[in-house]
Design a protein around this ligand. Structure first.
Ligand SMILES: [Zn+2]
Ligand SMILES: [Zn+2]
Length: 301
């Protein structure tokens, strides 16, 4: 197959159909190589030469249409380069999608009774469509690689610490509010009460080290739900102001594994689990109270 511009493809097709008036057999052989063309009418009968000629008259060649070198030469387009394998596969895919199984079978039977050379071409154009995976073009491969690099870049994976609960959230999910903008009087009020009632004079409503450039609060999704009109309307569930302040984590206790955390925990939680259905895939359910039991860690050390 040769590489031709769309007007040239149309010119070749037009030359063969109108000027050279090729036979019905050759027309039928050309049909599968042009997009949205059919050899048969909807009832299953083969179209005659006149209706095929009319079809080609209405047909506008697309990128997918394939022109044989012999056809191009006949129409006076000599020395045109061959199309590359990727283009051939893309074309095959498009042409294949456009034709039903029945039509594909028809195109094979057509080619059997035409000359051996044409038969070989038809077989070539239809075999790779079904038996081989579609090879992506270089531009598409480049696009996939750049998408991968983009979604795994430092900027895309960057997380910020919420100023009010300490949760790490993707930079794209957090909201920033300047200190002047956001009213945290509700949280401050709760913290003042907690300092006395829980005898923890050090607790704070937000972590100063998590402020962005020292001038903006970072709000995670959950804490953001409690903010309306730049004011905390309720105390966020997991916020420091809800009694969850633990202060700065000592360097030795940062990056502990789950098991290490369990070993030094001062309390452990238990709850009653039921299996609703017996068997390995049985669904579980919890019932009753969650009990927090103090744990003596000295035996582990
Ligand atoms: Zn065409
Ligand atoms: Zn938060």
């Amino acid at each position: 197959f040769v590489k031709l511009s769309l007007p040239d493809k149309n010119a070749v097709t037009n030359f063969l159909v109108v000027t050279a008036k090729v036979s019905a057999d050759i027309l039928r052989n050309m049909v599968p190589r042009h997009q949205s063309m059919a050899v048969r009418i909807s009832g299953g009968k083969r179209k005659d030469a006149a209706s095929l000629r009319a079809d080609f008259g209405a047909h506008k060649c697309t990128e997918a249409c394939l022109i044989l070198e012999s056809e191009a030469l006949r129409a006076g387009f000599a020395g045109k380069p061959a199309i590359n394998p990727t283009e051939l596969q893309e074309s095959s895919l498009v042409l294949n999608l456009r034709s039903s199984n029945k039509k594909r079978k028809a195109c094979f039977t057509e080619s059997e009774d035409s000359s051996p050379k044409q038969a070989r071409y038809s077989a070539e154009s239809s075999t790779p469509k079904t038996s081989f995976p579609f090879i992506l073009s270089q531009t598409e491969k480049d696009k996939i690689i750049s998408e991968f690099l983009e979604s795994t870049s430092n900027a895309a994976l960057r997380r910020y610490e919420c100023s009010f609960c300490g949760k790490l959230e993707l930079a794209t999910d957090v909201k920033m509010k300047t200190i002047q903008e956001l009213d945290i009087s509700l949280l401050d009020c709760a913290v003042r009460t907690l300092r006395i009632s829980s005898s923890q004079p050090c607790i704070e409503s937000f972590k100063a080290s998590s402020l962005m450039n020292g001038s903006s609060y970072v709000l995670c999704h959950l804490c953001g739900l409690s903010v309306n009109k730049n004011k905390f309307q309720t105390i966020p569930l997991r916020s420091y102001a809800n009694g969850l302040w633990i202060g700065e984590v000592p360097l030795e206790l940062q990056d502990l594994t789950f098991l290490e955390e369990q070993c030094i925990a001062r309390a452990r939680a238990t709850r009653c689990m039921y299996k609703i259905h017996l068997g390995p895939t049985g669904q579980l359910a919890a019932r009753g109270n969650v009990c927090i039991l103090p744990q003596d860690t000295s035996s582990f050390l």
